[in-house]
Design a protein around this ligand. Structure first.
Ligand SMILES: *[C@@H]1O[C@H](CO)[C@@H](O)[C@H](O)[C@H]1NC(C)=O
Ligand SMILES: *[C@@H]1O[C@H](CO)[C@@H](O)[C@H](O)[C@H]1NC(C)=O
Length: 478
């Protein structure tokens, strides 16, 4: 009896240590082939940059309004005493449609979107659209004019980053050092005004290569990068693959979901966060007992778009109200999970920002409709979702980016209290050895901080770059 127990124990220990050994091996940095994503065969790249502004034919808006009116009749009433627990509440949707038709003024919003200079250029065969704002400083010698690339996430677009533009391009000081950033905000390929590809395989690392080429095209070969949502995955892959280009990375969704980190999180965050020197971040995160049900409830659409983007894409492309429900629902649950049981899903159905009783900022519907309109007028919802399918493809997963430490680029992470997808802090130290800091935003903000708490986010970006720029002076990093 004792012998067979000992035997089993030895087998288990041997099994676990082999697994641990296998999982802790660092994969080699993948080599990325420069591919052509445009139609037809590879052509010589045009390097011209064209000015661009958004301009929508009035028929498009008329047709949209007609469609919105007829959609009101098709809404199925919600069940008694439900808010957003079963998904987007159709009584709230009726209010959204009313606002969209009667209050929202696309002409005015288009003017606002066009108030910052935009351009297009062709990269790897795709037309790439971007906002490019020069630093607003007359006496440049007083301020460091550093370039920064801002990468939006999914459900986002260039609009996600608009509140940050004046905050970053205006001169400001940290101690005696002044900064005024040169801000570049691309539409990711297949999002909004950037062309999507017809070819399979445009994964986040290839998107990163396109972004690097964009910065080179603008004569900004060395730059800082900030990423949000899937933009943060692109940013970290850029930091790994192009350390000579990326001076530093900042993100509100730093992550490492390597298999080893997932196992450690499962064991550690439940039983003994101190084992990993991490009681601090554990206290700030949802406990696993809340996190797992949350992920099951709120990430269905990630699975849907990662597996069948073209199916759901047909419905969302065809119905503006369906598109709005799909997008707005996430601005409810992903800004604060408990909002699904709040009346109106905790959404702010007005024109102006509203502070909640506890001081949180509710993004106005007027702003969220800009995001929906960009997807609608460009018809880009399907191409935007395909990025998730590519990201989960075997060829991408096989590269194991999450398991490769980024050793040559400093990284700074800010974490907002209602971000549903935080991983414990120890997972960051394994992937980002040059972690300059992990900052916890005081009390508000979730998955979309550029829209929810732009001032907090912008300040953190500037402070982080101040630290990273200082490291460069001391010869750390590349
Ligand atoms: C919409 O905005 C445009 C541009 O600012 C303005 O000229 C127009 O009067 C507005 N329309 C309404 C109905 O307010
Ligand atoms: C995309 O892939 C990366 C690396 O494989 C992974 O860390 C990330 O969670 C994936 N993101 C999504 C949204 O599927």
């Amino acid at each position: 009896m004792l012998n067979s127990c000992t035997f089993l124990f030895v087998i288990l220990v041997a099994g676990f240590s082999t697994l641990y050994h296998k999982l802790s091996q660092v994969p080699s940095v993948p080599e990325l082939k420069d591919e052509w994503w445009g139609k037809g065969t590879k052509k010589l790249e045009e390097v011209a940059v064209f000015p661009f502004s958004i301009s929508t034919a009035s028929e498009v808006i008329e047709r949209l309004n007609q469609r919105l009116l007829s959609s009101i009749e098709n809404l199925t009433p919600p069940m008694e005493h439900t808010s957003f627990e079963y998904g987007f509440n159709s009584e709230t949707m009726a209010k959204v449609i009313d606002f969209w038709i009667n209050e929202y003024n696309w002409t005015a919003q288009e003017e606002y979107l066009n108030s910052f200079p935009q351009f297009t250029t062709y990269i790897s065969g795709l037309r790439i659209h971007f906002v490019h704002v020069k630093p607003q400083s007359r006496k440049e010698q007083d301020f460091k004019a550093l370039p920064i690339l801002l990468l939006h996430g999914w459900l986002g677009s260039i609009r996600e980053m608009y509140e940050l533009i004046p905050l970053l391009s205006a001169p400001q000081r940290i101690g005696s050092t002044g900064y005024a950033f040169e801000v570049v905000i691309p539409s990711l390929p297949g999002y909004g005004f950037s062309e999507g590809t017809q070819r399979q395989g445009l994964t986040t690392d290839h998107v990163g290569l396109i972004m690097k080429k964009l910065m080179e095209r603008l004569s900004l070969p060395r730059f800082y990068v900030h990423g949000s949502g899937i933009g943060s995955i692109i940013a970290s892959e850029m930091a790994l693959l192009f350390p000579e280009s990326v001076a530093g990375m900042h993100s509100n969704l730093c992550q490492s979901t390597s298999p080893l980190n997932i196992i450690k999180t499962m064991i550690g965050s439940r039983t003994a966060p101190f084992l990993f020197g991490d009681s601090h971040s554990a206290a700030k995160m949802y406990p696993l007992s809340r996190f797992i049900p949350f992920v099951l409830q709120e990430s269905g659409l990630l699975h849907l778009q990662a597996t069948k983007p073209d199916t759901i894409g047909i419905a969302l492309r065809d119905s503006p109200v369906g598109l709005a429900a799909f997008i707005l629902e996430k601005f409810s649950a992903w800004t604060r999970p408990c909002r699904i049981s709040a009346p109106d899903g905790g959404l702010n159905l007005g024109k102006e920002a509203v502070r909640t009783i506890d001081g949180g900022n509710l993004i106005p519907l007027n702003t969220l409709l800009d995001i929906i309109m960009i997807y609608h007028i460009t018809g880009s919802i399907t191409t935007s979702m395909r990025l998730f399918a590519e990201n989960l493809s075997y060829t991408h997963v096989e590269k194991q980016y999450d398991s490769i430490p980024i050793t040559a680029v400093p990284v700074s992470c800010i974490r907002f209290p209602d971000e549903p997808f935080l991983t414990p802090e120890f997972t960051l130290r394994s992937r980002f050895p040059l972690l300059v800091r992990v900052n916890y935003a005081p009390s508000h903000g979730g998955h979309f901080p550029a829209l929810e708490e732009p001032a907090v986010l912008a300040r953190d970006i500037v402070e982080s770059i101040h630290l990273m720029d200082g490291m460069k002076a001391e010869g750390i990093g590349s």
